[in-house]
Design a protein around this ligand. Structure first.
Ligand code: SDX
Length: 431
């Protein structure tokens, strides 16, 4: 059978240029245009990469039209329902669900990497107490390169594995330290007998003055929230990690780059922005005013937590997050959360509004996560930190896949240049 190809005729001139069409196991085929510039002297042009596949991957698949999210083939709904976060981490990293023995070994190894070098605590005192915790995360995670030299040689599979475990294990500790520093409380060390999410809640909310018992319902909800945020194909922050890693930068520096990118309100910062938006709306009767603003081309306001580059249907994670939100509010006896009322009414109106229907704008994972995290006791400034904590395994798994790809090379896009062409220098006296 002849290989499928795509033919390109430029300006009606022959010869036609022919490019191979590559097929994935599911999802859109791709046209391999690697030789386009050599063959035609032209580049493709796709700002924002709306039609560009940057890599081949086996980790996560999204069908945006059907609202499907698979991690190594397993639906997010099943992973969130049945497994815990470290099981999802194992799956993303190694490609298969762990056996009981593999899971116990993985849990043990992660648990015994949760402490950070004691010297790292000094970084925090350099920040103002009111520093945004994401600024702290960018700094402290990047600084891990200065401590863990025995896992920065990316050419050594063992060091790659150790760095991966260290990142997954230490992010909750660093995130909790960022929170404690922000609220002016002493750091709390990890406790090895606690599960991943319970350990995180303990490090955030325990104080030296009394015992702190983690609520198992809230710990389960936290595990599920981490699973929902674990990985998501080649989103902006994952692409940032891959591009940083393509130069050979060490994994800690690459993750710090991912954190920086995630911070933006169009990406991971949307959960913080969505809750701030609900506060700004303030009451259900002001919703139409904000819907009109979101539709107004001259108004930069957008409905935070709505819309997605890939999902043109409901984000499957948003459905699970909404269910988790109700579970957490129920467990905490929060009957009437005004922001939840506004969120649900906003969703109802938006889903029946012609503008949102025509543009296929649905709630995304960030729409309900803020209400849930606030109910769990986190300030809005910590919301994106929690997203970064959970996404670290996705960043690491994608980074590892890229490093281990024999076709891997440094990422170096080209451009459409529309600036000044050659001109000679003019001495200042003659300008
Ligand atoms: C995440 O990529 C990922 O997978 C990300 C993520 C992950 O897990 O990694 O899923 C996490 O980042 C979720 C998205 C969180 N961001 C927000 O909730 C911020 C609000 N959303 C928008 O900024 C926007 O929807 C984006 C950034 C999410 C997607 O933007 P796109 O794909 O570039 O789409 P676009 O901006 O071209 O919008 C298409 C149209 C535009 O109108 P037209 O110019 O065609 O007339 O829809 C409009 C936009 O104006 N639009 C919105 C809107 N989102 C898009 N209008 C009002 N409110 C919105 N939220």
């Amino acid at each position: 059978m002849t290989k499928p190809t795509a033919k390109l005729e430029i300006g009606g001139q022959s010869p036609e240029h022919e490019f191979d069409i590559l097929k994935g196991s599911v999802g859109p085929d791709v046209i391999n245009i690697a030789s386009l510039y050599k063959d035609t002297g032209m580049f493709t042009y796709d700002p924002g990469f709306t039609s560009t596949a940057s890599c081949e991957s086996k980790i996560t698949y999204i069908d945006g039209d059907e609202g499907i999210l698979l991690h190594r083939g397993y639906p997010i709904e099943q992973l969130a329902e049945h497994g815990d976060f470290l099981e999802a981490c194992y799956l993303l990293l190694y490609g298969e669900l762990p056996t009981k023995a593999q899971k116990e070994d993985f849990d043990y190894r992660v648990t015994h990497h949760t402490m950070v070098h004691e010297q790292m605590t000094r970084f925090f005192t350099g920040f103002r107490r009111d520093a945004h915790p994401m600024a702290v995360m960018c700094g402290v995670v990047g600084a891990m390169s200065a401590f863990y030299h025995d896992s920065t040689d990316i050419s050594d599979p063992h060091q790659r594995m150790v760095a991966s475990l260290r990142m997954i294990a230490k992010m909750p500790t660093i995130a909790a330290m960022a929170y404690k520093y922000h609220v002016g409380q002493p750091f709390v060390y990890p406790k090895n007998e606690l599960s991943y999410a319970a350990n995180f809640l303990h490090m955030c909310f325990a104080v030296p003055c009394e015992d702190y018992k983690v609520n198992p319902v809230l710990a389960r909800a936290m595990e599920r929230i981490f699973i929902l945020h674990a990985d998501h194909e080649q989103n902006a922050s994952t692409s940032t990690v891959r591009l940083a890693g393509s130069s050979g930068a060490n994994p800690f520096a690459c993750i710090a780059a991912g954190i920086a990118c995630l911070w933006g309100p169009a990406h991971g910062g949307a959960n913080e922005a969505a809750l701030n938006m609900l506060s700004e709306i303030g009451s259900v009767d002001r919703i139409p005013e904000f819907i009109d603003r979101a539709k107004d081309k001259n108004d930069p306001f957008r409905l935070m937590g709505f819309g997605h580059r890939v999902y043109k249907n409901y984000d499957p994670r948003a459905k699970i997050m909404q269910k988790t939100c109700h579970e957490v509010l129920g467990e905490l006896g929060i009957k009437d959360d005004p922001q939840l009322d506004i969120a649900m009414e906003l969703e109802r109106i938006a889903l029946t509004d012609e503008y949102f229907i025509e543009k296929k704008l649905y709630p995304n994972i960030d729409f309900y996560s803020g209400i849930t995290l606030k109910a769990l006791g986190f300030p809005t400034t910590m919301f994106t930190v929690l997203f970064a904590l959970a996404r670290t395994v996705g960043w690491i798994a994608q980074w590892k896949e890229m490093i281990e790809d024999p076709k891997q090379k440094i990422g170096r896009p080209r451009q459409l240049y529309t600036g000044a062409t050659h001109r000679d220098y003019v001495p200042i006296a003659k300008r």
